[in-house]
Ligand binder design. Structure first.
Ligand code: SF4
Ligand code: SF4
Length: 409
């Protein structure tokens, strides 16, 4: 697509990046059928092609409006359109630029600013864990919509002692919302890794991957969080003290694997972020070469399961096949279901900022899954797990918890 950037966008890093992406789009429309918002709303302006066109107009100098902002807000950043695009259009990178450009020029209504500000501060607060526990305590008396956002507590179980004795050591994400919401996932990850001779620990000084800020109009604050993590992890990795950063929430994993892009224009961090990339591994990626050793430690096979591959796993990181193969190697009896490439509507804080679309996608996903009558639904991202659990009685957990259960009971 030919583009003529406005003066203010020309000769900028974001302008050059956007122009390169825009030029690749041939307007073929293959991406429309993959887009959840287009599937539901049937409006071209809520499709990838329509959003690309709106961003092109914006970067060419059209007046940014709140209406355009809403079309971009409704995008789940699921990247399903990238998976099917024959021209390799990096839609995700473009929408990051488009959202930032609009956020700098359009003032949201006060309710939206308040909601986004509260979400950023609440989820990024060291008190989040305490507040979440209070919410859990109040769960029985909450309205149904709010109750669906708070998961029932699961026992995390004891952590293995002496795991620092293992020759192989890895890092896990510290100060993430996941351990506060569902500590059983980290505990299961640590136990499974320990069982195959890998010690897992948290790096002091590291924190949230930045995803929450990044998707709530605070990209610079997110970049600061990225820099903190690069500083905390890279010395430990390059000294050989640890061999990898293991991520068991695909939303965080997708974000961290994008550090290279997000910090590409920072002279002090661009090259360091690039050096970090080979060390960042989803837990499935890390365990796949050790599948036999993991299986040997399992005392039972997980039963009939449906695996919901989060968008951040399948479309961002391209790890759906790797994960499904690993689960099959570990004895999961995986059930196929319709539209498994489609987003469940969780998408970070999307279920709070866009509740109607989010619920409609959740119900559609659960209907497809429930038709296969699984005993358990397994997934790979805390957001999807909590979101889906709010709409079904079938137990949902991270697949690593099922593996842990099969190992340790
Ligand atoms: S993004 Fe890709 S699939 Fe969609 S219209 Fe452009 S070239 Fe076609
Ligand atoms: S990222 Fe997902 S929701 Fe957004 S345009 Fe692409 S397919 Fe549609």
């Amino acid at each position: 697509m030919q583009t003529q950037l406005a003066d203010w966008a020309q000769d900028t890093d974001f302008g050059r990046e956007a122009e390169e992406i825009l030029r690749r789009c041939t307007h073929c429309g293959f991406c429309l059928s993959a887009c959840p918002t287009y599937q539901i709303l049937g409006d071209e302006l809520d499709s990838p092609r329509g959003r690309i066109y709106q961003m092109k107009q914006l970067l060419e100098g059209a007046e940014p409006t709140y209406v355009t902002q809403q079309h971009l807000d409704r995008c789940l950043t699921c990247h399903a359109c990238e998976t099917v695009c024959p021209s390799g259009v990096k839609y995700g990178a473009l929408v990051d630029i488009g959202r930032q450009v609009i956020a700098e020029r359009v003032r949201r209504p006060w309710r939206e600013r308040l909601l986004r500000g509260v979400l950023r501060r609440l989820m990024g607060s060291p008190l989040f864990g305490t507040l979440y526990r209070v919410g859990r305590w109040l769960r029985p008396v909450m309205p149904a919509a709010l109750r669906a956002k708070i998961t029932v507590a699961r026992d995390a179980g004891p952590l293995p002692q002496g795991r620092e004795r293992h020759a192989r050591q890895v890092l896990m994400l510290a100060n993430c919302v996941q351990p506060a919401m569902m500590p059983s996932i980290d505990a299961a990850t640590i136990r499974v890794l320990d069982a195959v001779g890998v010690g897992a620990r948290y790096a002091s000084g590291s924190g949230c991957c930045g995803a929450i800020n990044f998707h709530l109009d605070a990209q610079e604050a997110a970049r600061d969080q990225m820099r903190v993590n690069v500083d905390a992890w890279l010395p430990l990795l390059e000294s050989g003290e640890v061999e990898a950063v293991i991520v068991n929430a695909s939303g965080c994993g997708g974000m961290i694997k994008d550090y290279e892009r997000h910090l590409a224009h920072d002279p002090a961090y661009a090259e360091r972020a690039q050096r970090l990339m080979p060390y960042v591994k989803d837990i499935a990626e890390f365990l796949a070469p050790m599948a036999q050793a993991v299986r040997a430690k399992m005392r039972s096979a997980p039963g009939r399961s449906a695996f919901h591959a989060p968008c951040t796993l399948q479309h961002w990181q391209g790890l759906r096949v790797t994960t499904e193969r690993l689960l099959q190697d570990l004895g999961f009896d995986l059930q196929d279901f319709a539209e498994s490439q489609m987003c469940c509507g969780s998408a970070g804080t999307y279920s709070i900022t866009q509740p109607e679309l989010s619920m409609s996608l959740r119900d559609r996903k659960l209907k497809a899954i429930e038709e296969t009558m699984p005993q358990t639904i397994v997934s790979a991202n805390i957001g999807c797990i909590c979101h889906l659990q709010g709409g079904t009685d079938i137990p949902i957990c991270h697949w690593i918890e099922s593996v842990d259960e099969a190992m340790h009971g």
